[in-house]
Design a protein around this ligand. Structure first.
Ligand code: ASP
Ligand code: MG
Length: 417
């Protein structure tokens, strides 16, 4: 079995879907994971915002435009007006959800998941229908029945053990040799729909590869492979041919947009190579991520924006790491703050975290526990793996630099955005 993953950008229009078809046709024993088309998830977040703010009109308008966007893709694929009943039914269901009301703030994250999951359900139904009608026989798989997650919404981890039997069951014994499943979504033990975090389809694909013991996983993207930097920010960016799992997980964690950070572990655990390939040209090799002792020989620069720095200090002057470590990090975990860098002195802890819905709550909890907390928003985290003296001098100084940390291999700088 091979696993292919197509992101939203690669299936944003009918040409993208036709291209997907050309990439998968002729393949046997293939599991295809697909994201929502184009910017659908962002639009669904807007639908959710409407639900949250009791702005039914906003939700319904957004659903109407999503219906139209998908209907256009379908018509274009079939070169005539074509309706897919199951897609219509999903949009009807979403509309009913909005109209029925019943939203509760306490369940915000469950409602979020329930709403945004429609993107992947719709995209996979369209793609499966089109492939079946154009000679690529396939089975549509409802990942809410196979991807079992922990009881947690908006950023759920997959329960590999619980997912094994249902996923294998869905594949084994099927007459089709190509499977189409949604990325990003799953189900919690209580049966509610969960999501794995924004851009989580890579992670879904890696889990599928792990459970089905795939020979490889490929992510088809709108770039030539993994670059050593984001070309929009660093124009001298170059493609890397090969990366080790270790470099890849460090890069993803530092904010390289190329691959979701949770993707690497399942693949590394079973030694499954990950190919990052350009969907525009099947012949190009892209980048392979696998077990290798080779280190990257050019510096890799990653800029992660929209970060927050918290300065935390115990009011009673206890030593911050020796005496208060547990308390602080339990609170961070409780509020699911993703900490990317820590720096301490005797009574001061600075951490750089992703911005989050729960920031205010976490700061209040810390203050109630006897800490002074200062926070700075709109920060950037620049990570340079394999930095040179020249790069150090170029980036480590300046009025906007708040914090710098260097190991032998990696320089990390927190600066004002
Ligand atoms: N559609 C989801 C998102 O845009 C998941 C993904 O693309 O991987 O975040
Ligand atoms: Mg997406």
């Amino acid at each position: 079995m091979k696993v292919y993953k197509f992101g939203g950008a690669s299936v944003k229009d009918a040409d993208g879907v036709r291209n997907l078809r050309s990439i998968v046709s002729g393949e046997q024993d293939l599991f295809v994971i697909v994201s929502a088309m184009g910017k659908t998830t962002n639009a669904l977040e807007k639908v959710f915002e409407g639900i949250q703010r009791s702005d039914t009109a906003l939700s319904l308008e957004t659903i109407a435009s999503l219906r139209e966007y998908h209907a256009n893709i379908i018509d274009n694929l079939y070169h005539q007006h074509h309706t897919i009943e199951a897609v219509e039914a999903l949009f009807d269901e979403l509309e009913s959800l909005v109209k029925a009301g019943g939203y509760r703030t306490e369940d915000a994250e469950a409602w979020y998941d329930r709403t945004v999951a429609y993107g992947e359900l719709v995209s996979t139904l369209i793609i499966s229908d089109y492939l079946n009608n154009s000679g690529v026989e396939n089975k549509w798989i409802d990942m809410r029945k196979c991807m079992m997650t922990q009881q947690r919404h908006k950023d759920a981890g997959v329960d590999l053990e619980a997912s094994t039997a249902p996923l294998r069951g869905a594949v084994e014994g099927a007459s089709q040799r190509v499977f189409i499943g949604q990325g990003f979504i799953g189900a919690a033990p209580d049966g509610t729909t969960t999501t794995l975090g924004r851009e989580g389809s890579d992670y879904s694909a890696a889990v599928v590869a792990y459970i089905l013991d795939a020979e490889s996983m490929s992510v088809w993207k709108d770039v030539d492979g993994v670059l050593n930097a984001d070309p929009k920010i660093f124009p001298e960016a170059r493609k890397l041919d090969e990366l080790s799992y270790l470099d890849a997980i460090e890069l993803a964690y530092s904010g390289a947009q190329i691959i979701h950070p949770k993707t690497i572990k399942p693949l590394q655990n079973k030694n499954i190579p990950l190919y990052v390939r350009p969907f525009g040209d099947k012949r190009k090799a892209g980048t392979v991520i696998r077990a290798t002792a080779n280190r990257v020989n050019i510096p890799i620069l990653i800029l992660k924006r929209d970060m927050v720095v918290l300065n935390i200090r115990p009011r009673d002057f206890s030593f911050v790491l020796e005496e208060r470590f547990d308390e602080i990090f339990s609170l961070l975990a409780k509020y699911r703050l993703k900490c990317r860098l820590i720096n301490n002195s005797a009574v001061n802890l600075s951490i750089c975290i992703d911005s989050s819905w729960h920031l205010e709550q976490a700061m209040t909890a810390l203050r109630n526990d006897g800490f002074d907390v200062l926070h700075m928003e709109n920060m950037e985290l620049l990570t340079i793996r394999g930095f040179t003296g020249e790069l150090y001098n170029k980036y480590a100084f300046g009025d906007n630099v708040i914090l710098r940390q260097a190991t032998q291999s990696t320089l990390r700088i927190v600066r004002k955005g």
